[in-house]
Design a protein around this ligand. Structure first.
Ligand code: ADP
Length: 247
């Protein structure tokens, strides 16, 4: 099996005449945390959308575990174990943490409403939901409504809802966006915890988090890869400083 869990080959996306992503080659090593960074408009979100087929590539190929997944739809990709968490929190605010995770599990199992009401199934799902909440440090918040959770904890809940899909590869879209220092620390720890035994690709603006967590960083600029490597290397790259940090 290839060392790379995810590969993008010559990936491209045009919007009308505008080339938002141009010949991007990405190799994500299994078991690592791989960050995509770059200035606004660099193409990070577009690459993310292409990898999960929320957008159809104009050119190129995407391979997951060596298999071509370019023509699969987002649901088929998720079923293979490539799961994305959204930038805008996808939890139901007025359901409890437990109910949110249970609902996600219910969806995974394709349990219809009728069977959903069976008591034994319900308690089975609850056991798994509690386990998932525990994995993200939310067990003690199980009966709080999502709306009552602090922001960082909402992120954790969102991740808990995706763990039920047993993702091999998790794509996180700006996991710390809009957070204060304390929440950022909590989410960084959470990412480190859920990265055990799986691969994470994340778009992240907070360079402290990137420096702390990422094994490999790909810097995008104007739809192309500008630099790639560990933080120490890319942060000293003059082209990166110029494009990314405006130095
Ligand atoms: P980033 O996430 O790095 O900020 P994006 O991937 O959102 O960058 O955008 C890359 C470029 O593509 C930007 O110039 C943006 O305006 C353009 N773009 C993104 N989505 C669309 C779209 N649906 N239609 C037209 N242009 C788009």
């Amino acid at each position: 099996m290839s060392d790379f869990i995810l590969e993008a080959r010559q990936l491209g996306k045009s919007f009308g005449g505008f080339r938002a992503v141009n010949n991007v080659n990405l190799n994500v090593e299994r078991g690592t945390i791989h960050a995509l960074i770059g200035p606004n408009g660099a193409g990070k979100t577009t690459v993310f959308n292409l990898l999960t087929k929320f957008l159809t590539p104009s050119s190129g190929q995407i391979l997951f575990n060596g298999e071509d997944i370019t023509d699969l739809n987002p649901v088929e990709i998720a079923n293979r174990g490539v799961v994305r968490s959204f930038q805008i929190s996808a939890v139901f605010p007025h359901l409890t943490a437990l109910e949110n995770v249970r609902l996600a599990l219910q969806k995974r199992l394709g349990v219809s409403y009728h069977f959903w009401r069976s008591k034994s199934l319900l308690s089975e799902l609850d056991d798994e939901a509690i386990e998932r909440l525990d994995q993200v440090g939310l067990k003690r918040f199980a009966h709080l409504r999502a709306v009552e959770l602090p922001y960082g904890r909402k992120r954790a809940l969102e991740i808990a809802t995706t763990l039920g899909l047993e993702p091999e590869l998790m794509l996180l879209d700006e996991p710390t966006q809009g957070m204060g220092t304390e929440d950022v620390g909590q989410v960084a720890e959470l990412i480190r915890n859920v990265s055990v035994g799986r691969t994470i690709v994340m778009v992240e603006h907070n360079l402290g988090v990137v420096a702390d967590l990422a094994d490999t960083i790909t810097v995008l600029n104007r739809g192309e890869i500008l630099a790639e490597g560990p933080y120490d290397v890319v942060s000293k790259d003059p082209a990166v400083m110029e494009a990314y940090m405006g130095i």
